[in-house]
Design a binder for this molecule. Structure first.
Ligand code: FAD
Length: 405
């Protein structure tokens, strides 16, 4: 039995253990993870790691010695399949039962498979783990053309890396613009144009029929009968939160596990954090949402550690996110969903600008492209829900900190 048992050795799980020790928690801690690796950063899997710019050592969240020094036991390559809230224990796939005082569920999610024939052919990839990225890398030699399915951040980042490698890339997006779920139209059109300028063929409103191949993928068949040749297909169409054992144990939820402001699930002594936690977020009008970001995983982990240490806090961290494509560094603060107006600040033609999202006059989010100063200074506008004059927001000569004063 461990005083705190953490399920999931990813961003949230690692940070929960780190934060417990930082906050002088002296009880026993174990982290169960189904991957073979110690916790590592996931964002580089579609960026610097896939591109070969960073080695695996450089994306580890902490060096191996750290966990032993902090007396955090890592139980790797083990998957929790059952939770028994009454017995205060979990059962792993290998049949072992492990007891807990408090349980922190930090399991993220598994990538959605594209629901069509051929989705399991060799050469069809999703990007969630180091193993996924290594499998893609192993197929790069001799690769001529790849199809990327999904114009979200992961699909766009993977397309950018492949284009940099000189591969032909066709990007298929079902909706009428990329990043449709997460950003406003200005940003979508900008990224579309950038990808086209780098040689990626971006197809919007794409209707896929099936993936073709004989054992190994050879192409993607569209609903109109056209077959796009491809030796590699990368699917980036979202995740399904990994919460089955908790839901089976009676936790409230469905698309994620429902948690309160302290990240407590409806089951006693069980918290949930990160991608799998359905929480009400003050930056989304207190609507229940799941956020898939390092920020959210880390901040919820830290909150739970402090809660376990007896502090009375409520989750209110401002969401932020980033994406790197080509030489473009996007930084986002706040959540733009529900905006009723946007202000463009700077000129996209200069490849340095920000889109500011307003709701009833208040700033709710910023998407800053190669504009770190706006990102840093605009944060306060979001946190304090300020309503500056839109004309001033649009004037790139007026520093945002003057509007937040
Ligand atoms: P994870 O980090 O996914 O960790 C969960 C772990 O639990 C995994 O190892 C999983 O295998 C394991 N697990 C699941 N079920 C079980 C079980 N039953 N038993 C044991 N172990 C289990 N975010 C950003 O903010 N910026 C970015 O630029 C960005 N880029 C990304 C690029 C890629 C390719 C991906 C995949 C994600 C990216 N993200 C980015 C999102 C970010 O990585 C996630 O939000 C973050 O990893 C969430 O942390 P987590 O702890 O909830 O889940």
């Amino acid at each position: 039995r461990y005083d705190v048992l953490i399920v999931g050795a990813g961003h949230g799980g690692a940070q929960a253990a780190i934060a417990l020790r930082q906050n002088k928690f002296e009880g026993s801690i174990a982290v169960i993870g189904d991957e073979p690796e110690l916790p590592y950063e996931r964002p580089p899997l579609s960026k610097e790691y896939f591109q070969g710019e960073k080695t695996f050592e450089r994306i580890m969240i902490r060096p191996a010695a750290f966990w032993a020094e902090r007396n955090v036991e890592m139980l790797l390559s083990r998957r929790v399949v059952l939770v028994d809230p009454e017995a205060h224990s979990v059962t792993t796939a290998d049949g072992a039962t492990i007891g807990y005082g408090q349980l922190i569920w930090a399991t993220g999610g598994s990538p959605r498979k594209i629901p069509c024939a051929g989705n399991d052919l060799t050469g069809v990839h999703t990007v969630r783990t180091r193993a996924d990225a290594d499998r893609m890398t192993a197929e790069l030699d001799g690769l001529d053309q790849a199809v990327v399915i999904g114009g979200g951040y992961i699909g766009l980042e993977a397309a950018a890396v492949l284009a940099k490698f000189g591969k032909k890339v066709v990007l298929l997006e079902a909706l009428d613009r990329v990043l449709a779920r997460v950003a406003g139209e200005d940003l979508s059109r900008f990224y579309e144009a950038e990808h086209r300028a780098h040689g990626v063929e971006v197809r919007l409103g794409a209707a896929i029929d099936s993936i073709e191949g004989d054992g190994k993928v050879s192409g993607v068949r569209m609903k109109d009968g056209e077959v796009i040749p491809a030796q590699m297909v990368i699917v980036g169409i979202g995740i399904i939160p990994a919460v089955e054992p908790l839901i089976a144990a009676g936790a409230e939820g469905g698309n994620g596990v429902a948690v309160d402001h302290q990240c407590r699930t409806s089951l006693p002594n069980i918290f949930a954090i990160g991608d799998c936690a359905l929480h009400s977020n003050g930056f989304a009008d207190d609507m229940p949402i799941r956020l898939e970001s390092v920020q959210n995983a880390n901040d919820q982990a830290t909150l739970v550690a402090k809660t376990i240490m007896g502090q009375e806090l409520a989750y209110d961290a401002v969401p932020w996110f980033w994406s790197n494509q080509y030489d473009l560094k996007l930084q986002t603060v706040g959540l733009s969903t529900g905006h009723d107006a946007t202000v463009l600040r700077g000129d996209p033609a200069n490849r340095s600008f920000s889109v500011i999202y307003l709701k009833e006059g208040r700033v709710i989010a910023l998407d800053c492209v190669n504009a770190t100063r706006d990102y840093v200074q605009g944060r306060k506008l979001v946190v304090e829900r300020l309503s500056p004059d839109p004309a001033k927001l649009a004037d790139a000569e007026t520093p945002l900190k003057e509007l937040a004063a």
